[in-house]
Design a protein around this ligand. Structure first.
Ligand code: GLN
Length: 482
């Protein structure tokens, strides 16, 4: 059953050749047998079976959606009523949200069954899933390697076929980089397309939720459920509802692909580069044309991001004060002691590092020198893409310059860790959609192909990905032992 596509599973449910309860039990058992991956923080067995029973009743009544009865996992950054929401942090280890995130509600309304909550870097800060309070996630392709981050739990769970689809979030690459490292398909939508309501904030102007799955076809179906205007999110965009599945089959002859030299320069692993060249020629054979383009401010994206993201995080995380919710220290002496010890005990090293950088960058006298400059660079980066999309339809490159690295390899070297998002961060700074799909292997580890589109071009980039996946079978590979 775990080898079936979402459409095949959906058909099996609609034809009643299997029930949602059976399917849910099947995936719960797979999760149980793959505990060594540490991809879940919470498995919601009882709730999942209850939701599966409701889905079965709906299927029997004949008012099901294509997703009714399909099991999924949510990243533990989305608030779920009745199931702990930790954001990978000791700070929220005791937190039970009083409401559901909008996307959790949307998934429920479609009839999806929530298996549980996936592991993640603490407050989504990381590229390797090693900053989680709940310990690192293992990459199913090599359990000594990281799955990427911060959505490493969702990516590993999908790759190991513990769930057919999962939700995730991407602030600087956290959907696409783990999708690349785990050999799955992951989409970061246009900023504002998917509601942030009930999604625990890291850097609000960059955070965006999105779907993960095995193929562009599966991801399109989940995006259909997740996308949409939400009055409860002030940055939600009132974009007309689209069906992302309908244009998947369009041919791509005449498609203009921009190939930025900045993504293929030094720093790119040579073998990853070769995989990418093969992928590009595959798309040429499908009728696309390649065009050299320039994104001249790309090298400034990591420095600008590491001012803007920490600045926003230092402000967002000030709400964890030990008073209203989250971790509270024992026997505080006074208010200051309560704040200091609750925060000191509740946050991990990386989160503290970001809060300190952000507080410094925003402080009087430094604001103009750092934050304001970073915002100006952000504009230049957006303008680069704006110029590029005047001549090309999509932009392609590697999702990450390397394949998955070993657990422990970069955790004490923040700069090298930060550089692993060099190809994804500019997309968040500009608010654009980006997709990572599997394009091959180097030393038995997956390589991701990154497809960037203009605002609201999700249907187009999923179409390009689907056409590629019709011609290749990288997305169908399953790690040994799963
Ligand atoms: N790795 C980047 C960071 O640590 C991006 C994380 C994310 O997208 N949430 O900030």
């Amino acid at each position: 059953m775990h080898k079936k596509t979402l459409i095949e599973l959906s058909q099996a449910l609609q034809q009643r050749s299997c029930s949602s309860v059976e399917l849910t039990r099947y995936f719960l058992e797979r999760i149980q047998n793959a505990q060594h991956l540490n991809s879940f923080i919470t498995v919601a067995t009882e709730l999942a079976l209850d939701q599966a029973r409701v889905a079965d009743a709906r299927l029997a009544q004949g008012n099901a959606t294509p997703l009714t009865g399909i099991p999924l996992a949510h990243k533990d950054i989305f608030c779920t009523l009745g199931v702990k929401t930790s954001a990978g942090s000791k700070m929220l280890d005791n937190f039970n949200a009083p409401y559901n995130a909008t996307i959790v509600e949307q998934c429920q309304a479609a009839g999806l069954v929530m298996l549980g909550k996936t592991n993640m870097d603490e407050f989504a800060m990381g590229s390797s899933n090693e900053t989680s309070f709940y310990g690192p996630v293992k990459n199913p392709w090599d359990i000594e390697s990281v799955p990427g981050g911060s959505s490493g739990g969702s990516a590993a769970a999908v790759a190991a076929r513990l769930c057919p689809i999962a939700t995730a979030t991407d602030t600087g690459g956290s959907i696409r980089q783990p999708a690349a490292f785990c050999g799955i398909t992951g989409l970061k939508p246009t900023y504002g397309l998917v509601s942030r309501y009930g999604m625990i904030a890291f850097a609000s102007s960059l955070d965006q939720g999105g779907p993960m799955g095995h193929s562009a076809e599966d991801v399109a179906l989940l995006l259909n459920a997740m996308a949409g205007f939400d009055a409860r999110d002030s940055t939600s965009l009132n974009h007309p509802k689209e069906d992302y599945s309908t244009s998947l089959h369009d041919h791509i002859s005449g498609l203009k692909i921009g190939v930025p030299k900045e993504f293929f320069g030094e720093g790119l692993n040579a073998d990853v580069g070769k995989v990418l060249e093969t992928a590009l020629s595959e798309l040429e054979q499908a009728g696309a044309t390649l065009h050299d383009i320039k994104l001249p401010h790309t090298h400034l994206s990591v420095p600008a991001y590491y001012i803007i993201a920490p600045a926003e995080c230092s402000s967002n995380l000030s709400r964890y004060d030990g008073v209203r919710f989250g971790h509270r220290c024992d026997h505080p002496e006074d208010l200051l002691d309560l704040y200091e010890r609750s925060r000191g005990e509740g946050f991990g090293v990386e989160v503290k590092r970001r809060i300190m950088i952000g507080t410094y960058a925003l402080s009087a006298g430094y604001y103009d020198a750092y934050y304001l400059q970073a915002q100006k660079i952000r504009r230049l980066i957006s303008n680069d893409f704006h110029e590029a999309f005047k001549t090309v339809d999509v932009i392609l490159g590697p999702t990450s310059p390397t394949t998955a690295f070993k657990i422990g390899e970069k955790i004490n070297d923040p700069i090298s860790m930060y550089l692993s998002d060099i190809n994804t961060i500019s997309v968040n700074l500009a608010g654009l959609p980006g997709l990572s799909i599997p394009a091959g292997f180097v030393n038995k580890l997956p390589v991701g192909l990154h497809i960037i589109g203009n605002y609201f071009s999700e249907a187009r980039i999923l179409n390009v990905a689907h056409q590629y996946q019709q011609r290749t079978n990288w997305h169908q590979q399953i790690p040994a032992g799963f």
